[in-house]
Design a binder for this molecule. Structure first.
Ligand code: ADP
Ligand code: MG
Length: 479
């Protein structure tokens, strides 16, 4: 009854709830999770969506977190639209989703620190230590695969770990996903057995620096850094701070070298190519040993594919055997970085677990689509229309006409649907390419095909054939 709803007790309760929980109140994440489970099924929910946590909601987007980049990519490429749809049921202003990658162990530590902080006045420097000096026990020398492109960097890192101050500083550079952080991490793991090790990204160093100035903790900051035996700084190219900061960094750097501490730095470029960093810092970098990591060659890629498949399989009791054909294919096609290579194997294994079969070559191509340097640009609306017309044996004029004969409507809707899922075109753009149809017609077509897919296996099969033809011009393989 109305009276109870407005009773003072309830009002107090709800006000408290408002204050405590303003963000989550705007978006009931538990409810959204239940709806995702209902809509996408338990299997997908348990494997992927459960790992999403809610972080924040803004005017027109939400910030969610996932534990790894791989999970983010997987979710983004497959379920993002559906998740967005569900979120929009609750807040229709939301137009996009952003993901932050938050390691759950770190998240846990953060939460614990927060709890602790409420009681005691722990210095932030200590937080830093707990939060950011986290060395990953899985990135070790033993599971770093070597080849001609990374051998030097590997050996230098190993030497540094055995014989402190042999090369000082050690400067490792190379492109994204080449194994720099893995090496720094391995050094940290080795050396922390007997030394005080500090492993921090340059960004974090800057952040901490600024924070310590603001809170008058500069003395502690200096002490803290100057006390370490080993300083590992990742991604130094992001160090672009103000003079004062570079000054401090330079002094810290020198103080450490003077007392014989080992410094290891990683970067995406050679020291002399660093912009916005003082000359004298660059020259100190160059004064030690500078080694680079190049793109992996076929042989190394192959070795990594082998080793990673074994490593990933260790987590499960039922072993997944990826065929040699697929391994060779991945090794020859995923060439950009080792990170992508590892991501590719991860996906193949996940696919095998979800669909309970190892993917064949055509399926592999689809699962790895975004990593393969193929397609994306080649998929044009024109290509989709041409192939769909050919498939249904109608002419393009017929497809683009306004006629509503049944034999034309289905192919037209199919082409529209495929354009929506295979290209990044917006609804109005797609409408324009289909003889200026309204975007509501486009939505209707997409929905119609989605519904048909649910009840008609032939539609699913035809779509797969078409998708394969469009993506790979591959008429024989089906997925
Ligand atoms: P970077 O820091 O250069 O961007 P990372 O060290 O983060 O790259 O490497 C990306 C991923 O690839 C990590 O999962 C890492 O463990 C893996 N990786 C990179 N190089 C190797 C290697 N030589 N052997 C095994 N795994 C590697
Ligand atoms: Mg890195």
């Amino acid at each position: 009854m109305v009276l109870t709803e407005y009773s003072p007790l309830n009002m107090i309760k709800s006000t408290n709830k408002n204050l405590n929980n303003l963000k989550t109140q705007l978006l009931d994440w538990n409810l959204i999770q239940t709806q995702m489970k209902d809509k996408l099924g338990t299997e997908i929910y348990e494997s992927w969506l459960k790992k999403i946590s809610f972080l924040d909601v803004f005017q027109n987007y939400v910030l969610l977190s996932v534990p790894t980049r791989f999970i983010r990519d997987w979710i983004t490429s497959r379920y993002l639209d559906q998740i967005l749809q569900i979120i929009r049921l609750h807040k229709k202003e939301i137009i996009r989703i952003e993901f932050k990658i938050v390691d759950q162990d770190i998240q846990q530590t953060n939460d614990n620190i927060k709890k602790f902080e409420n009681n005691k006045n722990v210095s932030f420097i200590k937080d830093t230590y707990l939060q950011y000096n986290r060395i990953d026990p899985n990135k070790r020398f033993e599971n770093f695969v070597t080849g001609s492109s990374n051998k030097l960097a590997y050996e230098a890192s190993l030497k540094v770990s055995e014989n402190v101050s042999h090369y000082n500083p050690l400067y490792i550079y190379g492109g994204v996903g080449m194994g720099k952080t893995h090496l720094l991490n391995s050094i940290g793991l080795e050396l922390k057995k007997n030394n005080k090790v500090m492993f921090i990204s340059a960004e974090r160093f800057m952040y901490q620096f600024v924070k310590s100035i603001k809170s008058n903790e500069m003395v502690k900051f200096k002490e803290y850094f100057r006390n370490t035996d080993i300083l590992l700084i990742d991604d130094i190219q992001f160090m672009n701070g103000k003079e004062a900061m570079q000054e401090e960094f330079f002094h810290t750097f020198n103080a450490l070298l003077d007392k014989g501490s080992q410094i290891i730095v990683s970067s995406d470029r050679a020291p002399n190519k660093l912009s916005r960093i003082q000359e004298r810092i660059k020259s100190r970098f160059s004064g030690g040993l500078v080694v680079d990591i190049q793109k992996p060659d076929y042989e190394l890629r192959k070795k990594i594919v082998e080793q990673k498949s074994i490593e990933l399989n260790k987590f499960y009791s039922d072993q997944i055997k990826i065929s040699t054909e697929i391994k060779d294919y991945i090794s020859s096609e995923v060439t950009n970085s080792i990170r992508e290579l590892v991501g590719a194997i991860n996906r193949i294994i996940s696919f095998s677990r979800i669909y309970k079969k190892v993917p064949n070559l055509a399926e592999t191509k689809i699962v790895l689509k975004d990593l393969l340097n193929l397609t994306e640009n080649k998929v044009t609306i024109d290509l989709i229309q041409t192939l769909v017309c050919k498939f249904f044996k109608i002419s393009k004029n017929e497809m683009l006409s306004s006629r509503r004969s049944r034999y034309l409507v289905r192919p037209r809707q199919t082409a529209i649907y495929l354009t929506k899922i295979l290209t990044s075109k917006s609804l109005p753009e797609i409408g324009r390419e289909f003889s200026n149809r309204d975007h509501t017609t486009i939505i209707h077509s997409v929905k119609t095909i989605e519904k048909l897919k649910e009840k008609d296996p032939e539609v699913v099969q035809n779509l797969s054939k078409l998708k394969n033809q469009i993506l790979y011009n591959n008429k024989n393989n089906e997925i």
